[in-house]
Design a protein around this ligand. Sequence first.
Ligand code: NAI
Length: 328
Amino acid sequence: MVKAVVLGASGGIGQPLSLLLKASPLVDELALYDVVNTPGVAADLSHISSTAKITGYLPKDDGLKNALTGADIVVIPAGIPRKPGMTRDDLFKINAGIVRDLATGIAAHSPKAFVLVISNPVNSTVPIAAEVLKAAGVFDPKRLFGVTTLDVVRAETFTQVYSGKKVPSDATVPVIGGHSGPTIVPLFSKVSPKFEIPADKYEDLVHRVQFGGDEVVKAKDGAGSATLSMAYAGFRFAEAVIKASKGEKGIVEPTFVYLPGVAGGDEIVKATGVEFFSTPVELGPNGAEKAINILDGVTAREQELIAEAIKGLQTNIETGVQFIKNPA
Ligand code: NAI
């Protein structure tokens, strides 16, 4: 039996993500939590004839506790999204507090659940969740994930133009680093099956993967950021975690994890100097079983991109850690 919980379930990402989870045969119970509208969203989705039992909670009457109790997997798209001209770091002030409070609830009511953080800036909100769970004595690095799957999905999609391969089945494009602008590093030298990207298109393609989110923010013109593609990506990652937890083998997805707590992670810390990093991770019954180091053999240009990503990540991670350790 799998109980999935969505925190921020009434939002632009939360609603389509909840729809996908409700429709999934992998989910037996689905609890929706938000500060608004969950009774309506849950009532609407409850008419879908899939097996998952669905409930909706608001903060009143211990809603967060009741949503989280018994959870196997908790997905967090709660928070405010970007408007044109904003970076993901501009969201920090509000979303940091939201993620802190939700992680406090998880520590108290579902400390063993897999926790998937979508709320931006992921490079900082994941360290925030880690610090909250650590302080409560329940941090298991194998169970905390920053969801960077949308970067992978974008890389797969934008790459089709150059590769002539159909996605998602044919091309796996690893994207490493973090989840904002220059911290996002697609490794085209590691694409499988292999293909060449024309030299004059390479920088455009990298830029599009790094800043693809801006295309959506601009097109939505003040009405938010990526929601539908993010729901697709968030569901794809949640599904991978659930399938691996049920014993399916060979599932590997890039995700932003606390490396020192995951097998194979120390080697990547040594190479990058950062403790949180997105890298392909082999998933298993206990979550992140192995962090796979794919840094060897990258091109000189990819080395530069990685170095740039590490610089940004160091600041983002420290900002998150300090938000909990030394609150202003
Ligand atoms: P939205 O504003 O449409 O929805 C956010 C929801 O969170 C709202 O329903 C709101 O009521 C709820 N919420 C606010 N405070 C809450 C709290 N304390 N507890 C529970 N729920 C709360 O925003 P949208 O577009 O769904 O984006 C959500 C987050 O996801 C943003 O931070 C956005 O930047 C991020 N995002 C992450 C991506 C990724 O690749 N990881 C991609 C796109 C967006």
